[in-house]
Design a binder for this molecule. Structure first.
Ligand code: ATP
Ligand code: MG
Length: 570
């Protein structure tokens, strides 16, 4: 993890709350203990990173413990693929659960026993109403609920029915186990919530052992208390579930104290949202399944796996989370801030290379035929320790097509007929002749160079304003470049309720450049490394998209930093 964050105290309300708990000895002999509870039904996204880093860092700051617990109580949507990807992503972010990897399903036996004890205490009952009836009986925010006709079954009957539910005697949906709390409660979650349902579906870990599965609101608080989680941090939508959370934990402590390690308490924080993207797993799944992107790890996705393949670093993500902070108020973080964080890191760490994404050929007519010269260039400007490299210069080069204009406006300082420009780290050239193909498209620029203008040894006294990058044709290595841009064209693609968010997809979110010439130093770099292609942005050598003989480079972010400008103005 980012070194600068290591011993830094946080300044959010959760940190303050825990600090106070620790200082007044509220935890007894327990240490601070947090957890991250993902449901393995999709890939993690940048919003999850907030929860992961918050839980992990709080545990570390207070010398406590951090658990990873898969919330795998719904066998229908869960898959091993997601379990694996989630662990890989959390590790990559730098959050370490040490030897505390757990699954909610690990506790199915104790949870079943807890349910039995609730029944025996008269605090849970088997209900035969179907889902729709349960909803009708529940009432509304303004009307109290109606008690189920099955609410006053005897304890014996409940025990018998629940046992037979477990044995598989009843079909899906025919019966549920409900907590007996209060049908008139002002909080709908307290109106006899369902705590177990019948599902004849194999589970990815427990196989066919169970055909009844606990509901989240029952499962989660119990698992927290069972693991001894002191501070159960979750996103804001669980606020109304907190009284039920407390009810479950308090009942577990009373009825089944031997398996409870702590009276866990829940605290909510706002979800992280990001401009120009969608964050809900349901929408991300749609993008994948309907093939608007190439998979969960498509570099345009806000998933951790996608961001890793785009070339983001764990440090930049942590820096971003830190700058955004954590509060209880919903807000949408600016994508530009995230981009600012990665730019800032790469500015001083990413070596420079020259690549020409949209090439046009330059022939230097007064260059000695067949000769070449090595130009020494800094790998990272201003950082001598990063060393230099040799870049071969010759009489035939590529430059970017848009660095030339046939009929330029006055303020255009790059190449144009009769004008001069400096080739980065090399010579000043002058455009003498423009050659076009039969379609009228420029196919070659015939130029002369001034031998007195060699960079670092310029005796000509010439002043030119423009400096452009180039690659020698005879020494070019070819690569594939993926130019990524925002996945959606508007800041909040989900906002307009009657318009499908798919309509807001940016058709230019991926532009592929094939056979891009790059200076030969690129052959010495490894997959997984990051560069600046001079003037073109920061790029990541993508191990996944690369093919034998054709490395692929993803643009992480362009160079221009609009965020810094906005901030300076303000
Ligand atoms: P989604 O709504 O994207 O499907 P989820 O809440 O269903 O997410 P879980 O796997 O249940 O996904 O989430 C695990 C944990 O991550 C939960 O504690 C949840 O509160 C937290 N979390 C999910 N999304 C965000 C977010 N955008 N910002 C902060 N925390 C989040
Ligand atoms: Mg969830």
């Amino acid at each position: 993890m980012h070194a600068k964050n290591d011993n830094q105290a946080m300044t959010n309300f959760i940190y303050n709350m825990i600090k106070e708990d620790v200082e007044k000895g509220a935890l007894g002999d327990k240490c601070v203990h947090t957890r991250f509870p993902p449901e393995p039904n999709g890939y993690l996204h940048i919003g999850h990173a907030r929860a992961i880093l918050l839980n992990f860092k709080l545990a570390r700051i207070f010398n406590g413990k951090f658990n990873l617990r898969f919330d795998d109580t719904n066998p229908i949507k869960e898959e091993q693929e997601f379990v694996d990807s989630i662990m890989e992503d959390i590790r990559w972010l730098g959050a370490d659960w040490e030897d505390r990897l757990f699954f909610s399903s690990d506790y199915f036996d104790v949870k079943y026993e807890f349910a039995l004890r609730l029944i025996k205490a008269g605090r849970a009952y088997v209900c035969d109403l179907n889902q729709e009836e349960i909803r009708e009986y529940r009432g509304t925010l303004t009307e109290p609920g109606t008690e189920s006709p099955y609410r006053n079954r005897s304890i014996e009957e409940n025990l018998d029915l629940f046992e037979r539910m477990r044995k598989g005697e009843f079909p899906d949906g025919s019966r549920v186990l409900r907590a007996k709390i209060d049908m008139t409660s002002g909080n709908l979650n307290m109106r006899d919530p369902v705590i177990y349902r019948i599902l004849h579906t194999a589970h990815h870990r427990t196989g066919d052992k169970w055909c009844i599965y606990p509901m989240y609101d029952f499962d989660h608080p119990f698992s927290d208390a069972h693991e001894g989680i002191t501070h159960s941090l979750c996103s804001i939508e669980y606020t109304d579930h907190r009284p039920l959370y407390d009810w479950i934990v308090d009942n577990a402590m009373e009825l089944y104290p031997e398996v409870v390690k702590y009276r866990s308490r829940q605290t909510e924080f706002a979800r992280l949202d990001l401009t120009y993207t969608v964050m809900s797993k349901r929408k991300l799944r749609r993008l994948v399944e309907e093939k608007y992107v190439q998979g969960w790890n498509d570099p345009r996705m806000p998933t951790i796996a996608g961001m890793r393949r785009r070339g983001f670093t764990p440090a930049a993500i942590a820096d971003f989370q830190e700058r955004v902070g954590v509060s209880r108020a919903d807000s949408i973080a600016d994508l530009a801030l995230l981009e600012h964080c990665i730019r800032q890191e790469l500015e001083t760490t990413a070596p420079r290379l020259m690549a020409v994404l949209d090439p046009v050929k330059v022939v230097i007519t007064n260059w000695p035929e067949g000769e070449s010269e090595m130009m020494e260039m800094e790998n990272i400007p201003g950082d001598e320790s990063a060393g230099t490299r040799e870049v071969p210069f010759s009489g035939e080069l590529y430059i970017e097509r848009d660095d030339f204009m046939e009929d330029p406006p006055k303020k255009f300082f790059r190449l144009a007929p009769g004008r001069e420009v400096r080739l980065k780290g090399a010579y000043i050239i002058k455009c003498e002749e423009v050659i076009k193909d039969s379609q009228g498209i420029v196919s070659e620029l015939r130029c002369t160079y001034d031998p007195q203008t060699r960079s670092g040894n310029d005796t000509s006294g010439k002043k030119v304003k423009g400096v452009i990058h180039w690659v020698s044709t005879g020494y070019a290595t070819r690569v594939k470049v993926n130019l990524y841009d925002k996945l959606f064209t508007i800041e909040q693609p989900e906002e307009e309720r009657d318009i499908d968010f798919i309509n807001n997809i940016n058709p230019q979110s991926l532009v592929v450049c094939e056979n891009v010439p790059v200076e030969p130093a690129v052959e010495e770099v490894f997959p997984g490394s990051r560069f600046q292609f001079l003037r073109k942005g920061y790029f990541y050598y993508d191990p996944v998209a690369s093919e034998e003989g054709m490395p692929a480079f993803n643009r992480i972010v362009a160079l221009k930093d609009s965020w810094a400008k906005v901030k300076n103005k303000g």
